[in-house]
Design a binder for this molecule. Structure first.
Ligand code: CU
Length: 368
């Protein structure tokens, strides 16, 4: 039986509502000027040949979005409270972490139907697929473990503890190392693919998201920071919104940490928006896209100089990002405005906003 104290993200969302209200008041001046986001029809004509797969936490569903049309063209029921989604290397299957169902939900992308439901740990958060496409690595927030799923056998074959409250998980490009954020531990765990050779890197307080560069040499890590205290009202760190004042907002974490992926040593800190919790890197490794859910913006960092190049206002409580494999577009889910921001990843502009389901978070993109 599920304890009703659960889904951290529900509570995270609830906590954020009050925060977002205050924040939206604070930010009205700047967001209003950008609020005239062009409609999909006006800007998504032409060669926007992308399909988005967006998981909606409050709807237990997956929205399939045709970017050229600027709308949802299909909805697929997945598991309960789905958090994140990613493709396997051939793009034929989408793997969804369904938090409350405790499963990895496997969606056949062409049939748009659930092909398998693989039980994993408690509240699976994030999933990364091995480069060969044979294994999935799942972080389980409530059972503090990394589970390895054999995708052919469709079952968990191994698991190991990875500190408290594991969040984002990524695999190095060579498939040899799995990196998992341990939120309450304030660490990134680097684990060998055989689940041996564990190293723990200091990641500050309340880390949540990370990305590895395409050359496998550096990690970019961001998070909620120390505000609110761990085990507070959200139980997941960083979200006790008892007094969401401007000063509280200002003292929240804004740093993205750049680390050497082999040693964990810190190479730099980049100041982004408030609570930079989701990070993605362009396919050519030149740009880093940082989603800050406390200030409703995306910061684009030049990966070589580590200097911010642009700050883009997106929707409310942005919580997920996917970059197209051609590097031309970034798509950001906005959990509290129930839409996706379409970003020109070269020109660094928000092009359009597309409505999706309720509380969209994880997102994956496919070129058609
Ligand atoms: Cu946060």
């Amino acid at each position: 039986m599920r304890p009703i104290t659960k889904p951290y993200a529900h509570r995270m969302g609830a906590a954020l509502i009050c925060f977002a209200l205050v924040l939206s008041t604070l930010l009205t001046a700047c967001s209003a000027s950008v609020g005239t986001t062009p409609s999909p029809a006006s800007s998504a004509a032409g060669a926007e040949a992308y399909t988005l797969f967006v998981v909606n936490e409050d709807e237990d569903s997956l929205s399939v979005v045709d970017v050229a049309q600027g709308k949802v063209t299909a909805t697929v029921d997945v598991g309960k409270f789905p958090h994140n989604a990613t493709f396997g290397p051939d793009g034929g299957k989408l793997y969804v972490t369904s938090g409350e169902s405790g499963e990895l939900t496997v969606v056949d992308v062409s049939a748009l139907s659930v092909q398998a439901r693989i039980p994993v740990g408690k509240d699976p958060q994030d999933v990364a697929i091995a480069p060969k496409g044979d294994l999935a690595y799942v972080s389980n927030y409530d059972s503090n473990e990394l589970t390895v799923v054999d995708l052919r056998q469709q079952k968990v074959v191994r698991s190991m503890p990875v500190g408290e409250a594991p969040q984002a998980v990524v695999v190095s490009p060579d498939g040899e190392t799995i990196y998992v954020v341990s939120l309450r531990q304030g660490q990134v765990w680097a684990v060998g693919s055989s689940l041996s050779n564990v190293r723990k890197f200091d990641a500050g307080q309340g880390p949540a998201g990370l990305a590895v560069t395409p050359d496998g040499k550096r990690l970019f890590v961001g998070g909620h920071g120390k505000m609110g205290g761990m085990g507070g009202m959200s139980g997941q760190g960083g979200h006790a919104m008892s007094s969401p004042s401007a000063s509280a907002a200002d003292s929240r974490n804004r740093d993205v940490r750049v680390m050497d992926a082999a040693s964990g040593s810190q190479l730099g800190l980049v100041t982004c928006g408030i609570m930079p919790i989701v990070i993605a890197i362009s396919p050519d490794g030149s740009r880093v896209f940082v989603v800050s859910h406390g200030s409703n913006e995306v910061t684009v960092i030049d990966a070589a100089s580590l200097k911010p190049m642009a700050t883009l206002a997106v929707g409310k409580n942005p919580s997920g990002i996917a970059l197209s494999s051609d590097g031309r577009r970034a798509f950001v889910t906005n959990k509290d405005s129930n839409d996706v921001s379409v970003i020109d990843a070269v020109g660094l502009k928000v092009m359009a906003t597309i409505p999706v389901g309720k509380a969209p978070r994880g997102i994956a993109v496919k070129a058609r």
